[in-house]
Design a binder for this molecule. Structure first.
Ligand code: SAH
Length: 208
């Protein structure tokens, strides 16, 4: 039987998420519902609810819980959205989104990671509102566009502008940009124009 981390998880949500100002109840509930340890390898399991990123293989990481919660809150989700996620990674952020929204379309460039996340989310966690694709996410996912929201969980030097064509009017995109110095940015499409806002300093693996 696997270890029960429910106390660690609740402490994580109290100290790392609520205490740092995350208020959206949908985000808090999702962070309480999704067990992060499911996405963590046996070697790192005991650190599943610590305050930082962890390795998931192939030089990639599962994001810090707070960053996942913060980016999700910045998307201002109501629940009826179709969301494009670029950088499936472990699938943890994907699960948080799938708890809240109508459908998540997630793209991962490393096949092994994408397949593993798909197995975790579909076969172990039974989500039925996630579509997976192995490809360079810079193309977006034209077939299912436009999206209400776009989230990129790896860092491009500049936001890939072509993705704005796949964002609906009044849509929101959240992504890190930069290289050594990275900022989390939020973009809104208002009357066809993109209005951007710099949020916080972050540290992500690069977007290939
Ligand atoms: N939210 C994920 C973060 C994973 S790290 C989690 O919490 O687990 C970022 C992921 O983006 C990595 O898996 C990496 O392989 C992927 N990635 C990098 N460049 C990409 C690209 N151009 N298209 C799709 N995925 C990409």
């Amino acid at each position: 039987m696997s270890k029960d981390f429910s106390i660690e998880q609740k402490v994580m949500v109290d100290k790392q998420i609520k205490a740092r100002g995350i208020k959206d109840k949908k985000v808090i509930d999702a962070m309480l519902n999704v067990e992060r340890d499911i996405f963590i390898s046996d070697r790192e399991k005991d650190y599943s609810y610590e305050d930082g990123p962890l390795p998931i293989g192939y030089g990639q990481t599962i994001s810090q819980p707070y960053i996942v919660a913060y980016m999700t809150e910045m998307l201002k989700l109501k629940g009826n959205e179709r969301v494009l996620e670029i950088g499936t990674g472990s699938g943890y952020q994907t699960a948080i989104l799938a708890e809240i929204v109508d459908h998540v379309f997630t793209v991962e460039i490393i096949e092994e990671l994408g397949k593993k996340a798909e197995n975790t989310l579909i076969n172990i966690m039974n989500y039925s509102n996630i579509s997976f694709k192995i490809e360079n996410g810079r193309q977006g996912w034209l077939e299912f566009s436009p999206f209400d929201r776009i989230i990129i969980t790896a860092c491009p030097y500049e936001f890939p502008e072509n993705l704005f064509d796949q964002l609906k009017e009044n849509g929101i995109a959240v992504a890190p940009v930069g290289d050594y110095v990275q900022r989390l940015m939020r973009y809104r499409k208002l009357k066809g124009r993109i209005v951007k806002e710099s949020l916080i300093g972050v540290s992500f693996v690069p977007l290939v």
